[in-house]
Design a protein around this ligand. Structure first.
Ligand code: 2AM
Ligand code: CA
Length: 266
């Protein structure tokens, strides 16, 4: 039997240690490299933070598996057993350019079911976390269940790139949605955008492409508070593949899906 309280305490403790390591790196000159394209950045901190978590998990929980953005973990092909999904620095571009608006994101799944989600906003020292069935918190403050809101009163998290790109691919489904809402915000860090939906600061969030380590923790947080998490076609997320993402407060989810997203050929 897994002692989930022990897992939660260790994960929080390691998060705090990793956050301190990242803060200390602000005084150093970082080696910045590119991955898939010139805007896809990685630093030695992304790699060393992932390796830090992997070493701790292997030492304490040798039977658990790990999926990490930087590729130092395992490559499980099925969602069996306990899997830690880790993004050591989500929002690497923000980390490099702004030294803010980035987070450490960890989602812990058992046989595909989200058990513990943790998102640490390193610069603000805000830890958002949820334990399945036991509520969600920002530091010591319990987060409220999400309430209904109309699209015309909503703030939607979305990156402008997707609105423009979508105009080309799908003859403008996202532009009218953006116009109907009260406003949009782009934080450049998917994990934080999930955390903001959980905290009620954003009412919905849309992305056309994210990876499991980007959304693993956020999905647990948002669902624990009654939010709806699917891809843009309204299908459950595949926790082993890249997906599009649509999350929203209950009610608002249906309003956006039925009037806008359903028309797309995502
Ligand atoms: P990253 O910083 O870890 O790469 C930026 O809008 C957000 O989307 C970040 O959370 C970024 O994560 C994430 N992201 C991941 N894969 C992406 C992709 N292929 N295209 C755009 N954004 C991506
Ligand atoms: Ca990421």
């Amino acid at each position: 039997m897994t002692n989930w309280s022990d897992v939660e305490a260790n994960a929080k403790n390691w998060m705090n240690q990793a956050a301190q390591m990242i803060k200390n790196s602000f005084n150093k000159t970082l080696d910045i490299q590119t991955k898939s394209n010139r805007n896809d950045l990685v630093t030695e901190m992304d790699k060393s933070i992932e390796q830090f978590f992997i070493a701790k998990i292997r030492q304490h929980y040798p039977g658990h598996k790990i999926i990490g953005e930087e590729g130092f973990g395992d490559s499980p092909e099925i969602l069996e057993g306990i899997i830690w999904m880790i993004d050591p620095i989500d929002g690497t571009m923000n980390f490099v350019h702004m030294q803010r608006n980035f987070a450490i994101s960890i989602g812990i799944y058992e046989n595909g079911v989200g058990m513990i989600g943790l998102i640490y906003d390193v610069v603000s020292d805000e830890l958002y976390y949820a334990v399945k069935g036991k509520g969600a918190y920002m530091n010591d403050t319990r987060l409220n269940q999400l309430e209904q809101v109309k699209l015309s009163d909503s703030i939607i998290g979305i990156n402008a790139t997707w609105v423009i790109e979508n105009n080309r691919i799908d003859s403008g489904i996202l532009a009218p949605l953006v116009k109907k809402g009260r406003g949009t915000r782009s934080y450049g860090c998917a994990a934080l955008e999930f955390a903001y939906v959980a905290a009620g600061r954003l009412d919905a969030y849309i992305s056309l492409r994210l990876s499991p380590w980007d959304f693993a923790a956020g999905k647990i947080l948002v669902e624990e508070l009654g939010g709806v998490v699917t891809d843009l076609r309204g299908k459950p997320l595949n926790m082993l593949e890249q997906c599009s993402i649509f999350i929203a407060k209950p009610g608002l989810y249906d309003e956006i899906f039925e009037n806008y997203l359903q028309k797309g050929s995502w």
